[in-house]
Design a protein. Sequence first.
Length: 271
Amino acid sequence: MDWRKTLVIFAVVFLLLDIYLAFLWYTKQQENELDALSQTSFEETLKEQQVIIDKVNFKTHPTTAPYLSARYNKFKLKDFEKLTKQKFKLENNGFLMVSELKDDIVAESPDFTALKNYVANNIYRGSSYSMVNYNDDTTEIVFKQKYDNKRFVEGDDAKLVFYCEDGYVKSYTQTMLTDITKLSGTNDLISPSQGFESLFQNNKIPSKADLVDIQLGYYILGNLESSNVYMPVWYYTIEVDDQRMQLMVDAIEGQVLTTEMSQKVEYTAQS
């Protein structure tokens, strides 16, 4: 065996390996510098457009989430037999429940304490809903169903809508999802800041906007034969000229799914 030739070969191999590792390190450094530059540039652009993001924390949010499957719940009148002082009827083949209240419930803003207590104690599976918004123009107060403390957003399913007159709740409608299950596996999520930047780059954030809330929720992705599939989404509440609207981004793929959930949302906190 020619040891001298072997040593030369080893030396060349290690030299090439060192060069390759150095190249990887240099590439990583360049990427980090570009990321930092991009972030700095984005923050500077926000300042130029007078977009305020200081009211929210981008870091205290989940980093993984599963897809969900669920189906529309078909109510039966016996579901409500233990609830008193209400007059129930079923519509839409049992998928919608309509109730008239015999007692008036105070609809006081901004906290709606009496209504929240009523939902918890006098609504079928009321603890699975949380308040989303109210609208002075239509005198409606909306609650949405939640799973693992995350709301199902958009659509008319999984929803409680209370109708008010003269400051009192007079009636409500209810829809619900049932058989909610996690689909196999969990998925890495883009960060809330990445989602917000995607909205900004797609010209969905107007100038002089104020970001006031970020939540992780679920939005319908598609229909299976006997159920629906729901994907995790970041939804952002922004305020412009004293009006609020909510915008959405696919929390896995980063695709903008923006729709105006309400042109005048007065309430955003999880409850």
